[in-house]
Design a protein around this ligand. Structure first.
Ligand code: KIV
Ligand code: ZN
Length: 524
């Protein structure tokens, strides 16, 4: 059976940016728009050009620079708004104007209270209908892709809603946006509204129905999906669900629901490249300064994290036991087993094996006991902690190399160089090297002196005390033959702390290699 397309209309740059306390510059909007192209949304609502010179400029730049999706601009049902939007969209290859007006009695009474719009509700409605038709007709002179929004449709008088929708289709509207502007709807009601519009608007087959749901009661996604189930073929939303008040429908949730529950949404599909969701989510979050909650559906940090013993065990035996989506389909690297006090022995062993440690039963028992006491004190036990536990419990660290002397020269316009002296049980080793910076030069000299060059996976430095004479703690993570080793070093001199951390990691690596070699020998 061939499926119908549900078009995805992204309004992160318009309704999303209306989130309290946020503002995006034109350049940031372009960055996000480029990412939305990679995500393959069908329509980008780039802004509301008549609302400010900045919005006008953003819509103009996006129209000029972004190709692929339809580029849309918002207007009120006013000729001056439409003219501004038309100018801003002038360079768009596929422009759309999104015009509309409030249609519920609450909106009409509040926004069109002035008697110039009529004295009674009936007179006002007649005036609103006329304004809507004029706006669409004016737009139709220049553009044939016209979307009309009937603001606050959810609370509108049904008869008037059907009437205005029929009139704007006759005037040239090709997409009808049915917004739940205040997030008031319940999924069954919203689905029924879309069904009723299809049954009661005679010329509805000439237009696509779009749903635009807000999240005030936490039902924006559910309402949008109910709309799709009842014939809506465009869904409007934002990345991470950002937007006015409690936000809009989260696009990643709508799309992944259609994708994951294709058994239920069997008539439809979307064009979205879901693998770009994670990246898009983080970009929008960073640029708007709105962090993604860890438990956010689809894109939250914990969306693919398993922690409790029963879950970890079930997940490790068969992923589908506790996962309905594949992390890679959203752009996550992989699922995560988060080690906490609730993680069982099986989860710990699995993580240690992934890190390259194969422990005997006794060794695992010892490690697990120590792991539990660390986990009791911390919310999450990281790989670095495990490495430290293993070094203490299983491998007594041998100080095979000791840093006796370190001299580093660096500065503006000079090539950073370092010389080291390392003490070993066979005597002193010396080496000198240059590098991209003082730490790099020191590490190069240490590699020369030890004759070892494990892959440096991670390096970080932090101040452990305050003030001018603060102690710096460096942590490095190295990898060799699939095994990870972490070293730490502390000093008031951050270059020295960094060198000590590297030597510490190398000592742990060599100790572990010796222990493995001895174990192999004793088994053979
Ligand atoms: O929520 C709403 O009604 C809107 C319209 C302007 C489309 O954002
Ligand atoms: Zn909205």
């Amino acid at each position: 059976m061939s499926k119908e397309k549900v078009e995805i209309f992204d309004t992160t740059l318009r309704d999303g940016e209306q989130a309290a306390g946020t503002r995006l510059g034109a350049r940031e909007k372009i960055e996000i728009a480029r990412q939305l192209v990679r995500l393959n949304v069908d329509i980008i609502e780039a802004g509301f050009p008549a609302s400010s010179p900045e919005d006008f400029e953003a819509v103009r730049m996006i129209s000029e620079q972004i190709e692929g999706p339809v580029i849309c601009g918002l207007t009120r049902a006013r000729i001056d708004d439409i003219e501004a939007c038309r100018k801003a969209l002038a360079k768009a290859k596929r422009p759309r104007i999104h015009t509309g007006i409030g249609v519920s009695e609450i909106h009409i009474a509040g926004k069109f209270a002035d008697e110039k719009y009529g004295k009674t509700m009936g007179e006002k409605q007649a005036r609103i209908l006329k304004m809507a038709v004029e706006a669409v007709k004016h737009t139709a002179q220049y553009i044939n892709d016209i979307e009309f929004y009937a603001e606050d449709s959810g609370r509108a008088d049904r008869k008037f809603l059907y009437e205005i929708l029929e009139a704007v289709i006759d005037a040239g509207a090709t997409v009808l946006n049915i917004p739940d502007t205040t997030g008031y709807a319940i999924p069954e009601q919203w689905g029924a509204l879309i069904r009723d519009i299809r049954a009661n608007v005679p010329n509805i087959d000439k237009a696509t129905i779009s749903v635009h749901c807000h999240n005030d009661l936490g039902m924006a996604v559910a309402n949008s999906l109910a709309g799709v189930k009842n014939g809506a073929r465009q869904v409007e939303g934002t990345i991470n669900g950002v937007g006015e008040r409690a936000g809009n429908a989260a696009i990643e949730e709508v799309v992944m629901a259609i994708h994951t529950r294709r058994d239920f949404f069997d008539e439809v599909e979307t064009n979205i490249n879901t693998r770009e969701f994670y990246r898009t989510s983080r970009m929008v979050s960073d640029m708007l300064g709105m962090p993604v909650p860890a438990n956010k559906a689809v894109v939250g940090h914990n969306a693919f994290a398993h922690s409790s013993g029963i879950h970890v065990d079930g997940f490790l035996k068969k992923r589908e036991t506790y996962e309905i989506m594949r992390p890679e389909d959203i752009g996550f690297d992989e699922s995560r087993v988060v080690l906490t006090a609730r993680t069982g022995r099986h989860g710990l062993r699995h993580r240690l094996e992934e890190m390259g440690y194969k422990l005997s039963k006794e060794e695992l028992d010892k490690t697990y006991g120590r792991f539990l006491s660390v986990a009791d004190k911390k919310t999450e036990v990281f790989d670095e902690d495990l490495v430290a536990i293993i070094s203490d419990e299983i491998h007594a660290i041998e100080h095979i190399f000791e840093l006796e002397y370190l001299h580093v020269a660096s500065g503006t316009g000079t090539l950073p160089t370092a010389s080291v002296k390392m003490k070993t049980k066979d005597g002193m080793r010396q080496a000198a090297a240059c590098g991209d910076g003082p730490v790099d030069a020191a590490y190069e000299a240490i590699r020369e002196a030890t004759g070892l060059s494990p892959k440096l996976e991670n390096y970080s430095i932090r101040a452990v005390t305050g003030g001018k004479d603060a102690l710096g703690e460096a942590t490095v993570r190295i990898k060799e033959n699939g095994r990870t080793f972490v070293g730490r070093g502390i000093s008031t001199d951050i270059i020295e702390a960094s060198a000590k951390a590297y030597v510490d990691a190398i000592n742990r690596m060599v100790t572990a290699q010796r222990v493995s070699a001895e174990t192999r020998k004793s088994k053979s």
